[in-house]
Design a protein around this ligand. Structure first.
Ligand code: FPP
Length: 234
């Protein structure tokens, strides 16, 4: 079976999962931490090489303050409890997004987890935190424009590769497979540039109900796809 090298996931549906049980949205997010563990394990076992999770978007800042706070407390908890396991299983934690915007306690926990797992080579797990593709592309355009204005860059040298090197994802291969749970079929400002040729797997399953079994189903769906990258049929 052909296994995607890089999988990106939009973990959606925590709020609805909680509402159906009469619980707070925060409880839904808490329940969403378990599939993160399960999917990480399943991905490593399947031979996936990179995993990228959309944990907090630039748009998520507009949610009620209490929910935002809860999400970062959850991130803090996850990092506190999981870092030893990440370290032991060869995971190198990475982050993309404007992490300077995170509350101080979350920023510190993140910095320390990044530092602790830095030497791990086996498996980059990238958390998108305060991430938005449009912000990422805007910053890249600005950096290139500044370099050109300062005479350090000839505009003729601005190629797709040169632009990609300015993105937060510089160094990460483009995702081969994007999974979105929760039933919506859109990218929601996630990896717009990087997903130019990515295969999509959309499922109505709410993120807290997503597990190793459905992850396998997504892998099987991917293996059945024919990727042509705009070329003619083989
Ligand atoms: C979308 O569900 C999910 C989020 C905004 C947060 C994702 C965070 C987690 C899965 C928590 C665990 C992650 C880590 C890295 C510890 P939603 O609230 O938009 O759901 P809804 O569409 O049903 O309202």
């Amino acid at each position: 079976m052909i296994v995607p090298r890089h999988i990106a996931i939009i973990m959606d549906g925590n709020g609805r999962w909680a509402a159906r049980r009469g619980l707070s949205r925060g409880s839904g997010h808490q329940a969403g931490a378990e599939p993160v563990r399960a999917v990480l394990k399943a991905a490593q076992k399947a031979g996936v090489k990179f995993l990228t999770l959309y944990a907090f978007s630039t748009e998520n800042w507009g949610r009620p303050q209490e929910e935002v706070r809860g999400l970062f407390e959850l991130l803090w908890q996850y990092l506190e409890s999981e870092t030893p396991e990440l370290l032991a299983s060869g995971v190198r934690l990475q982050a993309i997004g404007d992490t300077s915007a995170l509350p101080e306690f979350a920023r510190q926990a993140l910095a320390s987890a990044l530092e602790l797992t830095r030497a791990n080579q086996d498996f980059p797990l990238t958390l998108a935190l305060s991430y938005g593709s449009r912000a990422e592309l805007t910053l890249a355009a600005r950096a290139l424009a500044e370099a050109a204005a300062a005479g350090r860059l000839d505009p003729a040298e601005i190629t797709p590769d040169r632009l990609a090197a300015e993105l937060w994802t510089a160094g990460l291969p483009d995702p081969d497979l994007l999974i979105r749970t929760g039933g919506d079929m859109r990218l929601s400002n996630f990896l717009l540039w990087q997903c130019a040729y990515t295969e999509f797997y959309f499922t109505p399953t709410l993120w807290p109900d997503f597990g190793a079994e459905e992850f396998q189903a997504a892998l099987a769906a991917y293996a059945a796809r024919e990727r042509r990258y705009g070329l003619a049929e083989a």
